[in-house]
Design a protein around this ligand. Structure first.
Ligand code: 3PG
Length: 431
């Protein structure tokens, strides 16, 4: 590394003002270069540098725009953690928003031939940037108010209609009715169901909402339904409107296929007055490799900024659950979504994927009560059907919240007993 590059692209920690920079933390593995050299490669490429010196860089550019490596922690030889400060002047926060931030802090660097691996672990934003976002319209408190759980603050129970595709609108509505009568608070489409011919969105929403109106008149309970409006950006607003016109009281979107701006588009539209449920399918292409990619924490921060009211973050036990380190990470992600973040409302973390009643206590004990715990197979796969499956899940939640061992609770709750007998303590492993 030349002395000039070192001087231009590094700084001491005390020189970095967190209000004047976006700060990115990376795990890096240099290819025969130190982690500071690796950091300088990133800082240069993502701000004003390229593979060679150029004669066109003015004094103003060199003074104001370089990103700077200002902290590093070597873990092993060429491997470690670095922090890079990207000066606010590098961005037009208002015009560029999240896409522009990502094209810098998570841009070309992932393909650099100087790096064996690189993972964006965290992002910290100056208040000037965050102040441009409205965040979740409802947040945890707003969703609890709609469902009626502001006082008892138990975890919400959600279900994903299964099979994930194939049912027609009437069949979908029948399953929704049964699930709601069994005790779910929230119903969502699966991430692959949108507007296919066998189950058109408008018809589906009409039938499901009619069924949920029936549930309301029979039980007094409000149940939310979020149809999946995942589509091309230019069609998103219109598709959301179709769902709303037919009565949808929530909306769902797949954030990685659609982009963070799709969530923001829905959340910041003043005419959309329902919560936005955000599914994370495709995230593992970025999050799964612990050495390379983008962490789930970064994705979660961007979803809260963009305005997701509910967001899938994973389970403490389920088909994606397991490793201790992952659980620690999951807890800190959920804590971030629930905790203070400037003036933005909190996002409800969603634990979903392979959950069934016997896995409820570990999820609730690990992740707390501000949680939407969801089951598809774990409700519709109950030997006595959807309604009983939903009741068994609600009983498992009640047992967990009251600190009663599941087997004990099952002695007086038959639906739960049947579920325990059917699934035992099985951890499913299919991602
Ligand atoms: C989801 O959307 O999280 C999955 O479809 C969950 O389905 P499962 O509960 O049947 O694993």
């Amino acid at each position: 590394m030349s002395e000039r590059s070192f001087n231009v692209f590094t700084a001491r920690a005390e020189q970095i003002d967190p209000e004047a920079n976006i700060i990115a933390t990376y795990y890096v593995e240099g290819k025969d270069i130190s982690i500071v050299e690796a950091g300088v490669k990133i800082a240069a490429e993502e701000s004003i540098g390229t593979w060679t010196e150029v004669s066109t860089a003015t004094e103003w550019i060199v003074k104001n725009l370089p990103a700077k490596v200002f902290e590093h922690k070597v873990q092993d030889k060429n491997t470690g953690i670095i922090k890079i400060a990207y000066p606010n002047t590098l961005f037009d926060f208002e015009t560029g928003g999240i896409p522009h931030i990502l094209s810098i802090v998570a841009g070309n660097l992932f393909g650099s031939s100087s790096l064996q691996n690189v993972r964006l672990l965290d992002l910290e934003f100056p208040s000037e940037f965050v102040s441009l976002f409205k965040g979740p319209k409802f947040g945890i408190e707003g969703v609890r108010k709609l469902i009626g759980t502001l006082d008892d603050r138990r975890p919400h129970l959600g279900t994903i209609i299964k099979p994930k595709v194939g049912l027609n609108p009437k069949e979908t509505a029948n399953v929704a009715y049964e699930a709601a009568m069994g005790g779910v608070d929230f119903i969502k489409d699966d991430e692959t169901l949108t507007n296919q011919k066998f189950c058109p969105l408008a018809d589906r929403v009409t039938h499901v909402m009619t069924a949920l109106d029936r549930v309301k008149s029979e039980t007094g309970r409000t149940v939310l339904y979020s149809p999946d409006v995942t589509t091309e950006t230019y069609k998103l607003r219109d598709l959301a409107q179709v769902a709303l016109d037919h009565g949808a009281n929530a909306l769902m979107v797949d954030v990685i296929p659609c982009g963070f701006s799709a969530v923001r588009l829905l959340a910041e539209d003043p005419s959309i007055k329902v919560p936005i449920h955000v599914h994370r399918c495709m995230h593992a292409a970025m999050t799964r490799n612990p050495k390379h990619g983008i962490s789930m924490m970064v994705i979660s921060k961007l979803v809260r900024l963009a305005g997701g009211d509910q967001f899938h973050t994973g389970t403490a036990a389920g088909k994606m659950g397991g490793k201790e380190k992952k659980i620690e990470e999951l807890i800190s992600i959920n804590d971030f979504l629930k905790g203070r973040f400037y003036r933005l409302k909190a996002t409800f973390p969603v634990a979903s994927g392979g959950v069934h009643p016997t896995l409820v206590p570990i999820n609730v004990l690990t992740l707390g009560k501000d949680l939407v715990i969801q089951a598809g197979g774990g409700i519709h796969g109950h030997p006595e059907g959807t309604r009983v499956g939903a009741t068994a899940m609600r009983q498992a939640i009640d047992a967990a919240v009251n600190g009663v061992p599941l087997e004990e609770y099952a002695k007086t709750h038959r639906e739960l007993a049947v579920a325990i007998k059917h699934w035992g303590m099985k951890f499913v492993s299919d991602d």
